[in-house]
Ligand binder design. Structure first.
Ligand SMILES: Nc1ncnc2c1ncn2[C@@H]1O[C@H](COP(=O)(O)OP(=O)(O)O)[C@@H](O)[C@H]1O
Ligand SMILES: [Mg+2]
Length: 252
């Protein structure tokens, strides 16, 4: 059984078919990349999975159970955590306090001892290399550190599925490489990951499989080397990209 299954899902906004009859499955342990030009419907797919918006048609299953009608906090407690394209730490709090909120949000948080919660926070801060900034107010973090915090908050919930929406955006090459390393490390700890990313080399390097969206539809899915040679993908995505000029790439 797939960990996540999106089955014939559609969602419109007014006349815009943001997501149009999209189906895919994600298996436990995978890193799956979700790519496509701006406006293709990628973030909407994540919003649908995490319950921020509802589907018009179709159904999403997590561990075989339908998610329809469930509120975002219920879906989060089932084991799906996410980051946002625009990072949104809780202002006026420290890094540690932000991560603590993630830990307290766990399904079993109410039954956990305070020391155990503190252990989770400490481990998560170490995992995302934020220990040195643990007691800094979030306002003092630079963009790369805020991205690490965004991941730490999600990881503190100890999810089974992590949804990452453009965590690399705005970072320099060194910071991107660091974040790629961290994402791989999270995956090695058993977390299944769906990652939306514009930095092509990063998503192609990280992902076991890649899904390509174009105007709300899924136009290709498969291993990165296969998808990158698919003529529809080259036309839809790389063709479009070429018109916009060069993009940042990670050197191997
Ligand atoms: N809440 C919303 N209200 C109205 N239109 C939206 C909303 N969310 C997304 N859209 C539209 O749906 C389409 C897909 O958007 P989005 O999923 O954000 O694309 P991507 O993440 O691939 O750039 C776009 O045309 C966008 O303007
Ligand atoms: Mg988006």
């Amino acid at each position: 059984m797939a960990l996540l299954e999106v089955r014939n899902v559609s969602r419109s906004f007014g006349g815009v078919h943001a997501v149009n009859d999209v189906s895919f499955a994600i298996n436990e342990g995978e890193i799956v990349g979700l790519i496509g030009p701006n406006g293709a419907g990628k973030t909407t797919v994540m919003n649908l999975i995490s319950g921020l918006i509802t589907v018009d048609k179709g159904e999403i299953f997590f561990q075989g159970q339908p998610l329809s009608g469930l509120k975002p906090h219920t879906i989060a407690r089932k084991g799906i955590a996410r980051t946002f394209q625009i990072v949104k730490p809780f202002q006026g709090m420290t890094v540690r306090e932000n991560v603590m909120i993630g830990a307290l949000f766990r399904a079993d948080a109410a039954g956990l001892k305070r020391t155990h919660i503190n252990d989770i926070v400490r481990e998560t801060l170490a995992l995302l290399e934020l220990e040195a900034r643990a007691d800094s107010p979030v306002e003092e973090l630079n963009l790369a550190q805020r991205k690490h915090l965004e991941l730490a908050r999600a990881m503190a919930m100890q999810p089974r599925l992590l949804l990452l929406d453009e965590v690399m955006a705005g970072l320099n090459l060194k910071e991107i490489e660091k974040l790629m390393h961290l994402v791989r490390r999270l995956n090695e700890r058993g977390i299944t990951i769906l990652v939306i990313e514009h930095v092509m080399k990063a998503v192609m390097n990280l992902s076991h499989r890649v899904l390509v969206m174009y105007y709300g539809g899924l136009i290709a899915a498969g291993p990165p080397e296969e998808v990158s040679q698919d003529p529809r993908v080259i036309e839809a995505y790389l063709g479009k990209r070429r018109q916009k000029g060069p993009v940042k790439e990670v050197q191997q």
